[in-house]
Each structure stands twice: as C-alpha cells, then as structure tokens.
Design a binder for this molecule. Structure first.
Ligand SMILES: N[C@@H](CCC(=O)N[C@@H](CS)C(=O)NCC(=O)O)C(=O)O
Length: 190
C-alpha cells in the first residue's frame, strides 16, 4: 500500500507548478529561512502553493525523506526538487531561478508588484494629502487592491507584491479606512 504522505506530496507537486514546503504560510512565515524564500518568490512574481509543515509532523518528516533533503524550506518546480533556502537565494542572485522558471514554462509577472504597488502608492499619497489622489479617487484605489486580492484568491495565485508589500498594503488600507471612517466616509473594503 502507498504511503498517504507520499501520495499527498506527489499530488501537490503534480497539481501545482511551484510548491514551497515551508514553516508557516506565505502570509506568515514562521522561520527566517522559509521567509527568505517567500520574499524571493514574491519578488520574482511567481505564483506558488505554500504547504505548512508545522501543521503536520508526517509531512515535515515525509518531505525530507521524499526529497532526501534534511531541512525545510524545500522548493519544487514542475514536480522537481530545486533546493532549500541557500540554493534558492544563490540561484536567484545569479538569475538562475528566473531562468529555470522560464525554461520550465512557468509564468512569472513581468513586473512584480505592478498594479498593487500603484494602488499602494495612491493610498500613501492620499494619506500624505496629495492633491491628485483624491481626484483619482481613494475608493477606486481601494477597489483595485481588493479586486486584485480577490482575483488572486480565486485563481490560487499570490498577490503581486514585493515581499512585505502585501502586509504593508493591508496596514495602509486599514489606516486609510480608519481615516475615512474618522472623516465620516464609509468605504466597504470588499
Ligand atoms: N541551510 C538551510 C537552512 C534551513 C534550515 O536549516 N532549516 C532547519 C531549521 S528551520 C530545519 O528545517 N530543521 C529541521 C526541522 O526543523 O525539521 C537551507 O538552505 O534551506
């Protein structure tokens, strides 16, 4: 009989182009090594599935045996083990990670952060009292960000951010919502 953990690993890496076995989640990595790989993948602009080994001791042990690699994080691309944090960082710095993704036909965002960063800048300038931002409409900017997040959730993609930008945007959204609320304007945040 097949090992259920191996079956799960095989299913995940065959169903998703890029899979990161990690500690914590892409939104909240719970280890610096996992966090570094998250930042690199986000910077490169590739969508991926994060699997939290802290939720399953079987998965934590199972992936080490499966890959014959002793530590977490572990990155898989198109079903193949690529490496852990050090390898991914070195490959990224040499441009090899981007090349590998291209060679394997994995789509990456040509401009990571595009759109979301635009909306983010708009919100920042709105808060700074930029005259243009109210003209463009802060509600529109909020809607752009909310729509982007919703699309990503629907399509199983990571939002286009530059690593920490996602969290930054959420904080800016919250601050914008608070300041709008204080001035008596209600903005639904989607
Ligand atoms: N040099 C490693 C760093 C990763 C690492 O050392 N991970 C440790 C601590 S998070 C680990 O997974 N230990 C085994 C375990 O926690 O199950 C790499 O390049 O990925």
């Amino acid at each position: 009989m097949k090992d259920p953990v191996n079956e799960r690993i095989e299913r995940e890496i065959s169903e998703h182009d890029v899979v990161l076995f990690m500690k914590g989640t892409p939104q909240f990595p719970q280890c610096g090594f996992s966090g570094q790989v998250v930042q690199i993948l986000d910077h490169v602009g590739v969508g991926y599935k994060g699997l939290n080994v802290l939720e399953s001791a079987d998965l934590r042990d199972g992936i080490k045996t499966y890959s014959n690699w002793p530590t977490i994080p572990q990155l898989y691309v198109k079903g193949e083990f690529v490496g852990g944090c050090d390898i991914i960082r070195e490959m990224f710095q040499a441009g090899e990670l981007q090349q590998l993704l291209a060679d394997k036909g994995v789509t990456v965002s040509t401009s990571p952060g595009e759109g979301l960063e635009g909306a983010h800048d708009l919100l920042v300038s709105y808060r700074a009292g930029d005259v243009l931002a109210p003209q463009l409409g802060v509600a529109e900017a909020l809607a752009t960000v909310a729509q982007h997040f919703a699309e990503c959730v629907r399509e199983g993609r990571r939002p286009l951010t530059d690593g920490v930008a996602g969290l930054r945007v959420i904080r800016v959204l919250e601050a914008a919502e608070r300041s709008l609320h204080d001035s008596g304007i209600a903005v639904p945040l989607g």
